[in-house]
Design a protein around this ligand. Sequence first.
Ligand SMILES: [Zn+2]
Length: 405
Amino acid sequence: MGTERGSLRSLRDANRRRVIEALGQRGVASRADLARATGLSRSTVSSVVADLQRAGLVAERSGTDAVVHEAGVGRPPVLISLDRSAGGVVGIDFGHSHVAVAVADLSHTVLAERWEELDVDHAATDGLDAAVRLVEQALADADLPEDRVLGVGMGLPGPIHMPGGTVGSTSILPGWVGVDARAVMSERLGMPVRVENDANLGALAELVFGAGRGLSDFVYIKVSSGIGAGFVIGGRLHRGVGGTAGEIGHTQFSDSGFVCRCGNRGCLETTSAAGPITTAVSAARGERVNVAQVIELARAGDALAQRVLADAGRAIGVAVANLCNLLNPQRVIVGGELSAAGDVLLVPIVDSLRRHAIPTAAADVDVVAGQFGKRAEVMGALAVVLREPRHELASTVAEAVGERA
Ligand SMILES: [Zn+2]
């Protein structure tokens, strides 16, 4: 009998974790959505939700302010989300010249955001000090006590050695080399911290909050000072065995091209990232222009700026076509600083894709701009914790049910 009761309890605990996990991933869902997502029966889901409601961990929401439910048309079902008292998450993004912080609850509602311009490249300690201060301010803005923070996601604009999270390049973040940013931040905040690279953060931001919501397979391309990709395959971020998947910027285009920072020659980045684009436009105009100015010129009809951006788009599109042949995604989402150029960049990417991908792969995919601009990385830092690792978040909330029962 004892064993039987024990196994019943462990089954109930496992079901509870599955429901919390599915709800945490979606932010807002109906009981039917959760039954579909977990494979549990409607009655089991309803019973688990009732437990969670008794513990004050789940709140019902009116349909009007909630996201579109998966079932589609018809009378809107009652939507539920994890209650704010179940906890929240923090995202931190270190750019080259800013620190951004955001706080969200488990219904995926962003509660507070803070942004500070700062020369992050200069020294790691300045950046870390600023981030700690901004986290404190943002938690106060969000009215979320520190002990309710379930996890912190953090983005660094450089190659990160996983799983430790140290920065490993002298050329990208000179002031940060060898700093174990994850460990330092975790100790300063007294919270668990997960580190992710910028292209993966962009992919996660779109998966949880943006143009990748509800998609199982898509590719996020970040076009900025470098060109990187984040892959969502089967609904999960694909990092590769060493965390370096997605280095699309180092696709080789020419044996006799410029030498690249990676040590090879003729990589996509040497012709089509922010640096070569601004260099080409500046040289032709005889004045120094930055990325924002190139985009503004192109929008105003400047043929030279349009041509340089279109050439970059065409080259990126060839690499994207190869990617589509390999991965067969539903969508390619283009983010990063240069995505602000809009169709001037996107249309040539689509043209190349149609020209170079196999017809079936090209027919399955659409190309859209990312939804978050400069906020992509900080939104992704929130998404890191909301989305992965699923089990840790679910376990933490599931334990709270026991404590409150
Ligand atoms: Zn390279």
